[in-house]
Design a protein around this ligand. Sequence first.
Ligand code: TXA
Ligand code: MG
Length: 314
Amino acid sequence: MPKQTARLAADAEGIARAARILAQGGLVALPTETVYGLGADARNDRAVARIFAAKDRPRFNPLIVHVDNIETAQSLVDWPHAADILGRAFWPGPLTLVLPLNTSARLAPLVTAGLPSLAVRIPAHPVAQALLREFGGPVAAPSANPSGRISPTTAEHVAAGLSGRIEAILDGGPCGVGVESTIVGLTGAPALLRPGGLPAEAIERALGQPLARTGPTGPLTAPGQMASHYAPAAPLRLDARTRRKGELLLGFGAVDCDLNLSPSGDLTEAAANLFAHLHALDARAAPIAVSPIPETGLGRAINDRLRRAAAPRP
Ligand code: TXA
Ligand code: MG
């Protein structure tokens, strides 16, 4: 973790420096028109893992990927007609679309928390746009607040929560919208997953159809709030000190295993590898045992995910 968080002015020099920090795997808080985001290179597993560490998030919620143009958005996801209508009507702006992930997009699996869908948006804030252009790649960014605290709408809010945990804050003044983006799911019938800065009525008018607001078991929620999303097909056994016959061992620390989350016992590295390693072992169609992971820092989010992956399937 950096000791000092740089406060960067939103001028050409500050934006260039912020882009360099992102390119080197660092974390930069950036202004968007909704709230400040905590940005990292969405293709860099370790940088994305550091987002969760900096926020002290006890869970891996999937993150929104920010891009600066519609063609880049289209390259990351499948692009149904409804996405075209909404993207062209409301981007750049406070709208996030959840679409089927294009598996050749090469994003860090932690961005989607292993889900086959991706949340993507083009922010309207000129400083966010300038940074995305200068960086030239997708930026994963949740709201720039410690877990459980309210979303920041000024650089001061960000500093109060995250100083000393991130490389830089790009100061673009107060956010105009002040609430998070509206999230619309387009992996099936268009659905309102989170109300936000863009009124649902405006989206329904553009689509010419109502948004689904409830699922079969009650209100729809973004999957970060749901009990379980990705689980491997194979059974998972946690806190395994040894490998039983027929099992594959997902190791942590200095153990003899099939794949190791982090041979040196580094929790950020382990988080960065978690989903890719689970997928890789799952593809070998054998039961998976997992070494004990300490219940501290990012270890809590890793264990939360593993426990839910190991839970009985519905
Ligand atoms: O305005 C905003 O949306 C801000 C700025 C920074 O862009 N970002 C933001 O991110 O609010 P965050 O992480 O605080 O909220 C992201 C929400 C979570 O509720 C998460 O579950 C949902 O987006 N989400 C992300 N990926 C998803 C996916 N594949 N499917 C459904 N929901 C997803
Ligand atoms: Mg948030």
